[in-house]
Design a protein around this ligand. Structure first.
Ligand code: 4AD
Ligand code: MG
Length: 432
């Protein structure tokens, strides 16, 4: 019996005979030779079957097996610089588990809609594989970053009785004999948790009935939200900066082959270092006013094209602070120096990717908070528990949310967020 291993561990087995278990990604045959690109989920390895070295049955079975046939192959691991990945398997034995004919996704070009309808299979393709592995590393990097800094993970519920980010994007559902909503953000619960645990984060899916069909919007996306007691706007700006530097570094250290598959310009990621440039909304507005490509009007939130203009100006993420309170959420604390602005930050990724993080210092004064809830015409009763946090030991506190798919899109160099989540949900798509 040979040891069973995976493609990503082949370097530890050079000269040994091992078994790989996977699927045929691609295949070419030349007379007495089959070259199988075997895909096992951890990578792709070229496996060479020489007719005289393998049982005839196996040689014929592999010859007849199409793309995505499942098989096990045993052979000697050889280091070979010319082989993609650097190793090759010189096959001596094996078994075709299922011979497949007519796999619907061939290496030729397919339209995105065709592929999205076959997402359950598309995930096996090289590029999608690489993006999902980058996503995995972004998640691990984020969790490690917060764990190393003594944050406690306290997750928020998905069913909620009230809105967090405005009522226009709520998904409403029947919850037994009453109405409930899918959560837009775990923040309000993270605020409660930070008063209990000091430094916390929640991480989970969030839902927005976004009617927009841009490359940046999903109806279901993942968000990680840290919340810190006794922190102000500047503290969380620095936290966000350190976090992004850490995560990019983590991906560079652990997902280099995947970034190569994606043909990502590594130098752009290596340039991500603290400090990040910062500017206020007013300063950003001035830049947009002078830019012919922008239709921005002062006082409004930045549109996607505005964010692109701003984020294209730097090789690092840009932090824009002090937006007009009118365009931001009810819970954001007003700037004592200018009540028309709030103590908030949006982090715009570089290379035109737009907003990846939104955060703020929170309104910690009970009277001011109650006034905002009334101004935003939010149902008062629903926020009683939230107001309690200002009744019992209120302190300055701040936090932010980082959108996972937009962050993955930026780091992996993928245009559209629908390729940055395993099974995307958008206005037009809930299948597969
Ligand atoms: O700026 P947002 O709406 O902030 C909040 O939800 C705060 N409650 C977070 C907090 O302070 N704890 O969303 C945060 C991030 C955005 O910057 C973006 O990256 C992502 O979530 N995001 C989306 N990603 C994909 N599709 C959508 N429809 C998104 N909406 C927001
Ligand atoms: Mg935002």
């Amino acid at each position: 019996m040979s040891a069973i291993t995976t493609v990503e561990h082949l370097s530890e087995h050079v000269g040994e005979t091992v078994e790989l278990r996977g699927w045929i990604y691609n295949k070419s045959s030349k007379g007495k030779l089959h070259f199988v690109q075997l895909r096992d989920g951890s990578g792709i390895c070229q496996c060479v079957l020489l007719k005289k070295n393998v049982p005839e049955e196996l040689f014929d079975a592999v010859g007849a097996a199409g793309q995505e046939s499942s098989l096990k192959l045993t052979g000697e691991v050889k280091a070979d610089e010319r082989a993609p990945g650097g190793y090759e398997l010189s096959v001596v034995a094996g078994e075709v588990i299922q011979a497949v004919d007519g796999y619907p996704i061939t290496p030729k070009e397919h339209g995105t809609d065709y592929l999205l309808s076959r997402r359950h299979l598309w995930l096996r393709s090289k590029k999608q594989w690489a993006v999902m592995r980058v996503r995995d590393a972004v998640i691990t990097g984020l969790r490690r970053f917060f764990d190393e800094r003594d944050f406690v993970c306290i997750d928020s519920p998905m069913f909620t009785p009230n809105a967090c980010e405005g009522t226009s994007t709520l998904f409403e559902l029947d919850y037994f004999d009453r109405k409930a909503f899918l959560t837009q953000s775990g923040q309000l619960y993270a605020e409660a948790a930070c008063m209990a645990f000091g430094k916390v984060y929640c991480f989970g899916p969030t839902f927005r009935a976004e009617k927009s069909k841009t490359r940046r919007h999903l109806t279901e996306f993942w968000m990680l939200e840290p919340e810190v007691a006794y922190a102000d706007l500047d503290d969380i700006c620095r936290l966000a900066e350190d976090m992004l530097v850490y995560v990019v570094r983590h991906v560079l250290d652990h997902r280099r082959p995947e970034l190569d598959v994606l043909e990502r310009d590594i130098s752009k990621l290596e340039a991500i270092e603290a400090p990040f440039p910062r500017m206020t909304y007013d300063e950003a507005a001035k830049i947009l006013a002078e830019d012919e490509g922008s239709e921005f009007t002062y006082g409004a939130d930045f549109g996607a094209p505005d964010e692109t203009i701003l984020s294209n100006r730097n090789d690092r993420p840009l932090m824009v602070t002090h937006y007009p309170s009118e365009v931001k959420a009810f819970y954001m604390k007003r700037d004592p120096a200018d009540e028309s602005k709030c103590l908030c930050v949006d982090v715009l990724g570089p290379e035109g990717v737009g907003e990846i993080i939104g955060g703020s210092q929170r309104e910690d004064d009970l009277d001011a908070l109650e006034k905002r809830i009334a101004e935003h015409e939010l149902p008062e009763g629903a926020f009683e528990w939230y107001s309690d946090l200002r009744r019992y030991g209120t302190v300055p506190h701040a936090g932010y949310g980082i959108g996972l798919e937009r962050t993955v899109g930026w780091i992996a160099g993928v245009e559209h967020v629908r390729e940055c989540i395993p099974f995307p949900r958008t206005i037009y798509r809930i299948e597969p």
